[in-house]
Design a protein around this ligand. Structure first.
Ligand code: OKP
Ligand code: ZN
Length: 334
């Protein structure tokens, strides 16, 4: 399988994150890339397809903010990474403020996603990897893997969060739509619900979003991913959420994924994007499912059996020592 990755993706390296009330080492590290690269072998550097396919998903003002934030942060006299701490909660007027702290809060839904001087460069390269994998599949590859990092599924059209800045799965799906694929499905099997992806396509009937994830009654991102969220307007019925309890092992996860695949089959997509997270693994430091390394091959082979041209994008997975093996298991199983 062709694998796309750009060295610029490693430059985003926040020092720390707010974790359960204290600052901790940032979990979404460049070392994750090293672990995966070591396991999966040679990769290709993506071509630069420019900003247009990113702007097809994200608001221009948000993109400008991602580029400007480090400079504004510095001009405000701050050192280190830019981190939001004040948010315009529901009901506040959509003010266009220019103070960096106000901009950070208006473009983020959590305080766990710092912006560094290299964030834009890194996220841009991650999006280009997703676009290159999509182009390979549009050109006839059965499947391709975008070794994305930073990940994407928590990022919405105009906000970041959950270690995500650009929604690489949404950018891939939209690129396929713009290349003429009439219906695109996204299967999200990261441990966490992909709230950004859901938001981006919630009112659209041309992109199906299905997610298997930890029940947001207990787990991040809390405010999205409940089973009664099924889409709206022309998108009513093209969002499917399948929350699962802590401790979930292979058979229950596989059954939920099969349910998602059935619904996707009824939608009859021309292309599938898989948001693959390996944070469902039993030893993941921030998650509570219990999949094993060989389980990923089984899940991937169930997906491959459907026969859809498939773009796999990397999302989470924080047990660095097992991450390479888990990703390799998934790709080999596919
Ligand atoms: C990103 B992806 C809790 C922290 C939650 C954010 C988790 C983001 C996961 N103490 N931090 O979906 O793997
Ligand atoms: Zn995750």
């Amino acid at each position: 399988m062709r694998i796309f990755y750009d060295d610029a993706q490693r430059t985003h390296a926040p020092a720390r994150e707010l974790h359960n009330g204290a600052f901790a080492a940032y979990a979404e590290t460049p070392a994750r890339l090293d672990a995966i690269l070591k396991a999966v072998g040679p990769t290709e550097t993506p071509a630069d397809r420019g900003e247009a396919p990113i702007l097809a998903v994200h608001d221009a003002a948000y993109i400008a903010f991602l580029k400007d934030a480090p400079r504004l942060w510095q001009e405000a006299g701050r050192s280190g990474d830019a981190i939001p701490y004040a948010f315009p909660i529901r009901g506040r007027r959509p003010l266009r403020l220019d103070r960096v702290d106000a901009l950070l809060g208006a473009h983020a839904f959590d305080a766990t996603t710092p912006i560094t001087a290299d964030t834009w460069r890194s996220a841009y390269a991650s999006a280009q990897s997703a676009l290159a994998a999509t182009q390979a599949v549009l050109d006839g590859e059965r499947a391709a893997f975008a070794l994305c990092r930073p990940p994407g599924h928590h990022a919405g059209a105009d906000y970041c969060g959950g270690y995500c800045h650009l929604n690489v799965a949404a950018i891939a799906a939209q690129a396929a739509r713009d290349a003429g694929v009439e219906r695109v499905a996204i299967l999200d099997i990261d441990y966490h619900h992909g709230n950004g992806t859901q938001d981006i396509f919630y009112a659209r009937g041309d992109v199906f979003y299905a997610s298997v994830h930890a029940d947001p009654k207990r787990d991040y991102p809390f405010y999205w991913g409940h089973a009664d969220e099924t889409g709206e307007g022309p998108g009513l019925g093209t969002t499917l959420n399948l929350p699962l309890p802590h401790g979930t092992t292979r058979d229950a996860f596989r059954a939920a994924q099969a349910q998602a695949l059935e619904r996707i089959a009824a939608f009859d997509p021309g292309l599938l994007v898989v948001s693959f997270g390996a944070d469902t693994w039993e030893g993941d430091p921030i998650s509570q499912f219990a999949l094993t390394t060989p389980d990923y091959a089984v899940l991937a082979s169930d997906i491959a059996a459907r026969g859809w041209p498939t773009v796999i994008v990397m999302e989470g997975g924080y047990a660095v020592n097992a991450l390479g093996h888990n990703v390799l298991s998934f790709l080999a199983g596919f």
